[in-house]
Write a protein that binds this ligand. Sequence first.
Ligand code: NZQ
Ligand code: ZN
Length: 380
Amino acid sequence: MENFIMHNPTTLHFGRSVVEKLAPIASSYGRRVLLVYGKGSAKRSGAYVDVLRQLKNINAEVFEFSGIQSNPLIEDVDAAAQLGREKQVDMIIAIGGGSVIDSAKAISITMPVIHSGWVFYAGKAKPSKAIPLIAVLTLAATGSEMNQFSVVQNHAAGMKNGFGHPLMYPVHSFLDPSYTLSVPRDYTAFGIADLMAHCLENYFGLGHAPLTDHFIFSILTEALEAGPQLLNDLDNYDLRARIMYAATMALNGLTTFGKGMGDWGVHSIGHHLSLLYGLPHGATLTVMYPAWMKLYQSALEPQLLKLGKHLFGLEDAGETIQRLESFFISIGCPVRITNSLPEGIDPKPLIDLMIRNRAGGNHYKFSPLQLEKLIDLAQI
Ligand code: NZQ
Ligand code: ZN
């Protein structure tokens, strides 16, 4: 087993109406708030009204930055950080899914500096200060609500990069599953796929920690069980709660302890599909995971056998890949690029960009030939 530190400073408030506890917590950070949200779902879900009511109770001054887009942009981060600086806010409150919370994390480390936030994501600097961030989650998927990571797109640089730093954990996160009742079927399924992919990225990392593998199998089993039930009953609070809890646990450290680094090669490829073709994050993963497992099937054989046994009672690596692929199909996710982009893609620009950006996992790297094969497997 690898050495590890277990420390997660985010205080998680989970359940019905937990946002009613936001006012005293927010007031402990000050009264000036930068409120960050997306294109309208914050209002539709009811979260926006509830948060504003809380902020009114403490006579907070609220400055809004809305319109954060899915697969968020560095330009929005920099503009919001500028607003936060001008208004000298004491805290940031993010209402939304991973894109909004990731942007808010980026804003929180960009506000104290004079350069673009991209400098952090390009690996050219580390933050030394962050504005406190409170997250109100409206979509179960990324785990951003309880981790230190954030992913941002920069079209000018041709990159979608992740960055993580201990200063980027939200100080408090409010998870009321009822805010996710308005998430449409497709994004509900993409969220289920994303949480499963976080388990798989960590499972296929190196390191031997059987207890952590059991945590991973449990979270995957929960997704396999509750996911389809939820997709047949989108208004069911308990099923929304089960998936929300699973998604947070899939990427808050629990699936990593003692295992060393996860692989994250599938995410790396997926980010390029989002960057070039605008595909939703979860959809990129259901397209690339089956292809990746097929590409590396012989190297992954022992781990695939163990996974198949625990999840499906199978004893065959190839069948395990098939079962996961069939599951993604059953919840309505694409498993080939052409399911999302019927005309297909020209692989060359994609492969060139991935080579330039050194796309690949921490353990499973890709030669140019392997990238070609991978994209082939994802197209046919
Ligand atoms: O823009 P709005 O109106 O808010 O609509 C959003 C968006 O269109 C909508 N939505 C959110 N809550 C809703 C809702 N619609 C109805 N009712 C609600 N309650 O859903 C759409 C997708 O939202 P988005 O935040 O983009 O989705 P997700 O949570 O999947 O986040 C994806 C981003 O997170 C990154 C991804 O790369 C991607 O950029 N990731 C972040 C990670 C992290 N911080 O740890 C790890 C992940 O692997 C991932 O890379
Ligand atoms: Zn993900």
